[in-house]
Design a protein around this ligand. Structure first.
Ligand SMILES: Cc1cc2nc3c(=O)[nH]c(=O)nc-3n(C[C@H](O)[C@H](O)[C@H](O)COP(=O)(O)O)c2cc1C
Length: 195
């Protein structure tokens, strides 16, 4: 029988929200799956309603479905170690931070962008989709491919898709996705705890 990988809940000391407990970042996507228009819109809405410093909303996206020229253009900017698994994703989304507006630096632009992508990821999880973010792309190539203005900083590329059946995956992807996922203990995150 076919199975999907790593679908166990993230281990926590107390229960957390189901979508957070289930979220993980696979590489093994169903290469035929098409994300429904409503799901795509919901990912955008989740990102749109993320908080941002002074509500300046510096988040920008380049969104591409597999099979489009834009998808291929993004693929062409990825580092080699990301090229093996990304063509299977349903969507590639470039997460771009507007770092400056009206001559003023937006100091929290990348922070706000990350938060928007986190919201998008959780919305995706709640809809049975998965997300894997990538910092491994060639920034200058991506800038050139989309003629990005200097104030627009491409920060990550986000792959979105449906988890494939393990049997349908190339060995390399299946093995990497089956590797144990670990976290530092909660205490390691805390500098001071007085609560
Ligand atoms: C900013 C950022 C950059 C990342 N870059 C890559 C990448 O280039 N390639 C990749 O395969 N995974 C990348 N990842 C995925 C992480 O390796 C992954 O989130 C981490 O190992 C934790 O696993 P989990 O998301 O399944 O909990 C990146 C994640 C983030 C948030």
């Amino acid at each position: 029988m076919s199975t999907t990988l790593n679908e166990q809940r993230n281990e926590t000391s107390v229960p957390i929200h189901e979508a957070l407990a289930q979220r993980w970042s696979p590489r093994g996507y169903d290469a035929e799956y098409v994300v429904a228009a409503e799901d795509l819109k919901a990912l955008g809405e989740a990102a749109r309603w993320a908080p941002s410093a002074s509500n300046l909303q510096p988040t920008r996206f380049i969104v591409a479905a597999r099979g489009t020229e834009t998808f291929e253009a993004i693929l062409g900017t990825l580092m080699d170690f990301n090229s093996a698994w990304t063509p299977r994703a349903s969507l590639l989304i470039v997460a771009v931070a507007e770092r400056e507006r009206d001559g003023k630096r937006l100091r929290w632009a990348e922070y706000d962008l990350g938060q928007a992508v986190a919201h998008l990821s959780i919305e995706a999880t709640s809809r049975g989709l998965h997300v894997r973010q990538m910092g491994g792309f060639h920034v200058d190539a991506l800038r050139a491919a989309f003629d990005l203005a200097p104030v627009l900083e491409p920060v990550s590329v986000v792959a979105v898709g449906k988890l494939a059946e393990a049997d349908d995956l190339p060995d390399l992807i299946r093995e990497r996705d089956a590797a144990p996922r670990t976290r530092r203990p909660l205490e390691d995150l805390t500098i001071v705890r007085d609560a």
